[in-house]
Design a protein around this ligand. Structure first.
Ligand code: ATP
Ligand code: LTN
Length: 336
């Protein structure tokens, strides 16, 4: 049977950052070959941070545009917006009745975000966020979920819920998903703080590369990346996190092993590496940026791709929901 792939990103910024791109999107594109892929812009997840309405709409389209520009192919894959398929919210309710309070409370992302926001700033949606994510995945009988390292714990919860459904409602109720986390690029680090994950919500914007940034801006950020006081270019995450991060990015964009790159730069300065890396990144991202702009300038075309995707996704989602509901004893709707 053809394996099914599902993954998603939140429309929480106008541009994806380099970590989203290398850690996730590049893998999504590769996994379309020989598998059935379904990708989503998860706008309901983004509601947990109370976005401005017009901004949310704009970012939902911009996020979908970047998926398409990077190579998600609507002829082969299904691309849709989460809120267009209401079964996601419905299955979330059902799954929440299978989720322990302690289990949800142990999610590190929830603990971090709620600690930052305090009790008064923390909404219940932030707590149930991983349950909505499990619904996204289980609705499509997903075999493989390509994500970055930071999503490993959430995925473990999705697997636990799948196994629980199967043991309470009967084997085969849902598929237990496997994470697809590519070690080398699973965590791209902040250029200014190379021990922290590069993130849309970083405190230092200079450490983040947005894939839609102007070429000069990308080059500037790479040139000012934090390194160390040595002068040797070698890969050592522990003592040389900055240089190692640059080598990882270099390797990911060129497809060349880190060791080969290190050999090339023997006796050279950090400045050489940074200058060449800036050219590599700028060159690779230019077509993605251009294609994104084209999609953003044709919102009708984009909306039509998303509508077709939602129609395809709904059929699968409804069948799964009816199977689960039926096994739980929810009365099926009689056909008149
Ligand atoms: P961010 O981390 O940028 O604030 P987010 O947590 O809101 O983003 P999403 O946009 O919902 O994340 O998901 C993006 C995808 O990109 C996920 O699969 C996530 O694991 C991956 N990802 C995010 N940051 C990195 C990173 N620095 N390195 C590798 N993968 C990443
Ligand atoms: N929580 C994820 C985004 C996400 C997701 C999903 C990823 C929501 N639903 C389903 C994979 C599968 C994040 O990266 N913040």
């Amino acid at each position: 049977m053809t394996q099914r792939v599902f993954s998603a990103m939140q429309p929480t910024s106008d541009s994806l950052q380099l970590g989203n791109y290398l850690g996730a999107l590049v893998q999504w594109v590769a996994l379309q070959d020989g598998r059935e892929a379904i990708y989503s812009v998860v706008d309901l997840h983004a509601l947990t941070v109370a976005p401005d309405p017009a901004t949310l709409t704009r970012r939902t389209r911009a996020t979908a545009a970047q998926f398409l520009a990077a190579g998600v192919d609507p002829q082969r894959s299904t691309l849709f917006v989460q809120s267009h398929v209401p079964q996601h919210a419905e299955l979330t309710w059902i799954l929440s009745t299978f989720t322990g309070m302690g289990e949800a409370g142990r999610m590190t992302q929830f603990k971090d975000k709620s600690a930052k926001a305090g009790q008064s700033g923390t909404n219940v949606g932030l707590f149930t966020y991983p349950v909505l994510m499990a619904a996204d995945i289980l609705l499509y009988d997903t075999d493989v979920v390509p994500v970055g390292e930071d999503q490993r714990q959430h995925l473990e919860l999705s697997r636990d819920l799948a196994q629980r459904l199967n043991s309470r409602l009967g084997e085969g109720t849902v598929t237990v998903p496997e994470p697809h986390i590519v070690k080398e690029v699973a965590k791209i680090y902040d250029l200014q703080d190379p021990t922290a994950k590069m993130s849309k919500s970083s405190s230092s914007p200079h450490g983040v590369i947005d894939i839609l940034d102007e070429p000069q801006e990308i080059a500037k950020r790479i040139r000012s990346a934090v390194t160390d006081t040595e002068t040797v270019i070698r890969f050592d995450r522990g003592s040389k996190p900055g240089v190692s991060n640059l080598l990882t990015i270099y390797s990911a964009f060129t497809g060349r092993p880190v060791d080969d790159i290190v050999a090339d730069y023997e006796g050279k300065m950090y400045g050489h590496l940074k200058g060449d890396l800036a050219d590599v990144v700028v060159g690779a991202l230019a077509p993605v940026r251009e294609a994104t702009m084209e999609w953003i300038e044709s919102p009708e075309k984009l909306d039509s791709v998303l509508a077709q995707g939602a129609a395809k996704a709904s059929v699968i989602a409804q069948a799964t929901l009816e199977r689960i509901g039926g096994r739980m004893g929810l009365l099926p709707l009689a056909h008149r």
